[in-house]
Design a protein around this ligand. Structure first.
Ligand code: NDP
Length: 289
C-alpha cells in the first residue's frame, strides 16, 4: 500500500489564510482580536513556544500581549494579572504557558482564566461543555486533529478510532471529539496490556503518549489513518514522534509526520480560538468598539 503523508504545514497555511480574513473583518469593524500570553520564569522551551505564538498572531492580524513574570513572582501576582486580563475588553484570549514553576497550582491558575477567554480550552467549564457535547473552546491540538481529518475527507462516523494517551490536553478531548462524530472509540493508557492487540483494530489511530517510536508498522491494521501527536527530543537532538514513521510506510494509508503534521495545526487552532472568541464577544456586546 502506498502511504500518503499528511502535510500539516500546508493545511495550517490554508486555515490561517481564512483566519486572517476573519481577523481583518473584525478589525475593520473596530474590534481587533487580541491574545495575551503569560509565562512565569525562564523555562527555555516555553520562551520558544511563546515567541512562535506571538509571531503567528502578528501574521494573522491578531494583536498580542507577551506578559513575562519573573522567576520570583508568586501565584498571587499571576492571579492578579489574569484577573486584570479577564476584565480587559481588548483581550479575547488568555493563555498561561505551562509548565509553571514549582509552588504554583496549575489547576488554580487555569481556573482563574475566564471561561469566555480560555482559548486553550483547559478550564474545567470548557472541558465539561465538550464532555456534554456543547463545546465552546476546544483544546488546540485535538481541534487541529479534527480539522486535519476533515481536510483529508476522513469521516470518523462508524469507524473504530483508537487513542493512545488519556491526558486532559490531548487524549481525552480527542476521544470525545471522535465519539461526537460517531466513531467507536477505545482509549489506551500506560496500563493497557497488549497495546498492539488494540492498535491493530484501529481504522483511525491517534497517538499522544510522549514515547518515541512507540507505534510500529506491525501494530497497525493495513489502511489505518495514523495521527502522530508526539514530540520527543532524542539524545542526538532530533525530533521524533510517537510513531516509527519509516516502519508504518506501506501499512498505513495516511500518516502525519513529526515535525510538520499536528504541530502547525495546534498553533493555527490557537489563532482560530482567539478569532472565534472575538466574534462571540462582538456578537454578545462584551467588547469595546
Ligand atoms: P502526557 O504525558 O500528559 O500523557 C501521555 C499519555 O500517554 C498518558 O495518558 C499515558 O498513560 C499514556 N502513555 C504513556 N506511555 C504509554 C504506553 N506505553 N502505552 C499506552 N499509553 C501510554 O502527555 P500529553 O498528552 O501532554 O502529550 C503527549 C505527546 O504529545 C507528548 O510527546 C507531547 O510533547 C506531544 N504534544 C504535542 C502537541 C503538538 O502540538 N503536536 C501538543 C501537545 C502535546 P497514563 O495516563 O497511564 O500515564
Amino acid at each position: 500500500m502506498q502511504t500518503r503523508t499528511i502535510d500539516g504545514n500546508a493545511i495550517a497555511r490554508e486555515l490561517r489564510a481564512g483566519i486572517l480574513t476573519r481577523a481583518a473583518t473584525l478589525t475593520a469593524g473596530g474590534v481587533q482580536p487580541g491574545l495575551a500570553v503569560i509565562r512565569v520564569g525562564s523555562h527555555p522551551a516555553s520562551s520558544v513556544y511563546v515567541r512562535n505564538k506571538i509571531a503567528a498572531c502578528g501574521e494573522a492580524g491578531i494583536h498580542s500581549r507577551d506578559i513575562h513574570l519573573s522567576e520570583t513572582a508568586d501565584e498571587a501576582a499571576l492571579l492578579d494579572q489574569i484577573r486584570a486580563l479577564n476584565d480587559d475588553a481588548s483581550i479575547h484570549g488568555i493563555l498561561v504557558q505551562l509548565p509553571l514553576p514549582r509552588g504554583f497550582s496549575p489547576e488554580r491558575v487555569l481556573e482563574a482564566v475566564s471561561p469566555l477567554k480560555d482559548v486553550d480550552g483547559f478550564h474545567p467549564m470548557n472541558a465539561g461543555l465538550l464532555a456534554v457535547g456543547h463545546p465552546r473552546f476546544v483544546p488546540c491540538t485535538p481541534l487541529g486533529i479534527m480539522k486535519l481529518l476533515e481536510h483529508e475527507g476522513v469521516n470518523p462516523e462508524g469507524r473504530h478510532a483508537v487513542v493512545v494517551g488519556r491526558s486532559n490536553i490531548v487524549g481525552k478531548p480527542i476521544a470525545l471529539l471522535l465519539l461526537q462524530k460517531g466513531a467507536t472509540v477505545t482509549i489506551c493508557n500506560s496500563r493497557t496490556p497488549d497495546l498492539r492487540s488494540i492498535t491493530r483494530q484501529a481504522e483511525i489511530l491517534v497517538v499522544a503518549a510522549g514515547k518515541p517510536k512507540l507505534i510500529t508498522g506491525a501494530m497497525l491494521s493495513p489502511g489505518a489513518i495514523v495521527i502522530d501527536v508526539g514530540i520527543n527530543r532524542l539524545a542526538d537532538g532530533k525530533l521524533a514522534g510517537d510513531v516509527d514513521f519509516s516502519s508504518v510506510l506501506g501499512t498505513a494509508a495516511r500518516v502525519t509526520p513529526v515535525p510538520g503534521g499536528v504541530g502547525p495545526m495546534t498553533i493555527a487552532m490557537l489563532l482560530e480560538n482567539t478569532v472565534a472568541s472575538a466574534e462571540r464577544a462582538l456578537a454578545s456586546g462584551r467588547t469595546r468598539t
